[in-house]
Design a protein around this ligand. Sequence first.
Ligand SMILES: [Zn+2]
Length: 79
Amino acid sequence: MVNCAKCGKELNDGDAYYFVPDQDLKDRYFGDPAGMDNMFCSKDCAPTQESLKQGHIKVDDEGVVHLYPDDYETESTDK
Ligand SMILES: [Zn+2]
């Protein structure tokens, strides 16, 4: 089970999450080497909107949480 690092909301299988992929911004805002403080339930919970990316939570049969970053920009709507 993982939770939003800001508001503590539970993130479950299939839920979307937002994270900061940029190393400079990560150095500025986060300290956890595992990145568990770089996980947010919504854009509003993130410390910055700059280069924010989206991913999805996947929980396997053994309850292990996997994070799958979506490989596209969240703002991209063309095509
Ligand atoms: Zn949140």
